[in-house]
Ligand binder design. Structure first.
Ligand SMILES: [Cu+2]
Length: 394
């Protein structure tokens, strides 16, 4: 998954200078309390939490045991929330709208806690909105390799600074190395321009977006590709995708189909697309296992809420009737939970995340500032309705 920086440099920095810990834990309340009741009522620590797509920053990321006040700001463009989990505790803020703030007060025992965004059934967390809070002297629960020991050693005796709040652990999510072979099967249908049948439900999400996104999404709600205007066609697709960290994602494969107007199209996947998809920072490459779209708040709401075993963004060579159209066609492919009924292939669920994963979607659009394709609506959107993927861990 290129969407999330996985090989993040470990900016693990220690606060474990014995002198520093002593001062924070013991001395600070004494100095800070003018009444000298520090032992009965320890002073609260304050942690600033910054939420964006798709990052969660804690400043500082280590506090002494006792009361902690989290001052949470959603600096992103979609709703988020903040949850702390660990040592038998699990507490969160309500959902926080973009630009808004919330406060969470907890009494924390020494230990390591997960701090993450709980929105989207784990998808925001998986995309990178996750960090660790260390209370007291605890070592990080998941730091086991030598690098961390080194980091701690080197940092020992240094004063903590702001950057220590950036306690990022990329390897915990999607650090694997997965390969998936996908073959399209079942009826192939071409989706033609038309209104999105769940536009009313989508509007609840669209209303929370910035003005420029609202305009784009509202336009697509009326003529976008996710419509019930479909035609049965014929064609094949097969591909191999590799999810291998920030720089190793890869895709290869070919789709060939004869569209509803009789034109023959060929899509040859060339490479993953790692540049941000407009309005969706950090999407790109190959992502295996993601709950998103629809009401999840992740990516466009003009697709029902779905679970995907594979989502990828690629750049392809595109041919029409054996003539090259472009070397830079933008491709989005998902193997996802079924969104359409088998009688007339109409979209029939707003939340389709519990359905079996067997629908393969191929969406091909022109790169920005290039001509629309010679196809209805200027795009190509084909589903293979009974497809399968084989995932293998290397
Ligand atoms: Cu979130």
């Amino acid at each position: 998954m290129n969407a999330v920086p996985k090989r993040l440099s470990r900016s693990i920095v220690s606060f474990t200078s014995p002198l520093y810990v002593f001062c924070v834990v013991l001395a600070m309340p004494c100095f800070a309390s003018p009444y000298g009741h520090a032992a009965e009522k320890p002073m609260s620590s304050a942690v600033k939490v910054n939420l964006t797509e798709w990052k969660l920053q804690l400043t500082p990321a280590r506090v002494p045991p006792g009361p902690v006040i989290f001052e949470v700001t959603n600096a992103g463009t979609i709703p988020h929330a903040f949850e702390v989990e660990g040592r038998g505790l699990e507490r969160s803020t309500p959902q926080i709208q973009p630009g808004a703030s919330a406060t969470l007060r907890l009494d924390l025992r020494a230990g390591s806690y997960e701090a993450y965004c709980p929105v989207g059934k784990g998808s925001h967390k998986m995309l990178g909105m996750m960090n660790h809070l260390i209370v007291g002297n605890a070592r990080h629960a998941t730091t086991t390799n030598d690098k961390d020991e080194e980091g701690e050693k080197h940092a020992a005796g240094h004063e903590p600074t702001e950057e220590h709040g950036e306690h990022e652990l990329g390897e915990e999510y999607g650090g694997g190395n997965n390969i998936m072979r996908v073959t399209g099967g079942g009826p192939a249908i071409q989706i033609l321009p038309g209104p999105f049948p769940f536009a009313d439900s989508a509007m609840a999400v669209i209303r929370n977006r910035p003005a420029d996104q609202q305009a784009d999404l509202t336009h697509k709600a009326h003529m976008g590709p996710y419509s019930n205007n479909v035609a049965k066609i014929s064609g094949d697709i097969s591909l191999v995708a590799i999810d291998h960290g920030a720089s190793g994602d890869s895709v290869s494969g070919v789709a060939e189909f004869t569209a509803q107007d009789g034109s023959r199209w060929k899509v040859m996947m060339d490479r993953v697309q790692t540049k941000d998809v407009p309005f969706n920072p950090r999407f790109g490459g190959v992502i295996m296992g993601l709950f998103y779209h629809g009401a999840s708040g992740v990516h466009t709401p003009l697709v029902p809420t779905i679970q995907s075993s594979l989502a990828l963004w690629a750049v392809a060579h595109l041919y029409r009737n054996d003539q090259l159209v472009t070397d830079d066609a933008m491709v989005h492919i998902m193997l996802l939970s079924r969104t359409r009924r088998t009688s007339d292939w109409a979209l029939d669920c707003w939340d389709c995340s519990d359905r079996p994963i067997e629908e393969l979607q191929l969406q091909v659009t022109p790169a920005p500032n290039t001509p629309a394709f010679d196809a209805p609506g200027g795009f190509l959107f084909v589903n293979w309705e009974k497809s399968s993927g084989q995932s293998v861990s290397l």
